[in-house]
Ligand binder design. Structure first.
Ligand code: NI
Length: 136
């Protein structure tokens, strides 16, 4: 029997969407307000979902306390109240779109899990806009 266990988390962060190799005009045309050179912030909501067999002894897919600690160490401590472009090395040359943030979070959490567990990241950038990534 497989089940999916999810935990919600939250972080505030600033970003700017642009490419260094494009003109300001082109960045403005593609990214609009998100290209503001002075950055802007979002209240990101994160859902980390783990799918796997329910352990016969414990009844768990994963101990949620372990998942909570991984999210704190790998995501909250690193992203919360940060400027993603400036302070998070993964975005030095990677546009911090919701898509790319979800991929970075996936790549940070996946190695911390037992290899037989499946991981899916859902990241809300606004209450209506969200991205899902599961390593495909
Ligand atoms: Ni934005």
């Amino acid at each position: 029997m497989k089940a999916t266990v999810s935990r919600k988390a939250h972080f505030n962060a600033a970003h700017r969407l642009y490419r260094k190799d494009w003109s300001f005009e082109k960045n403005d045309a593609v990214f609009g307000k998100c290209n503001n050179p002075n950055f802007h912030g979002h209240n990101y909501e994160l859902i980390v979902s783990i799918t796997g067999e329910i352990d016969k002894e414990t009844g768990y897919v994963i101990d949620i306390k372990i998942l909570k600690d991984i999210i704190k160490t790998e995501v909250e401590d690193i992203f919360d109240h940060k400027n993603l472009n400036v302070e998070v090395p993964e975005f030095k040359d990677l546009n911090p779109t919701a898509e790319n943030i979800a991929v970075v979070i996936y790549n940070k959490i996946k190695p911390k899990l037992a290899s037989y567990l499946e991981l899916e990241i859902t990241l809300f950038e606004t209450p209506r806009n969200f991205v899902t990534y599961s390593g495909k």
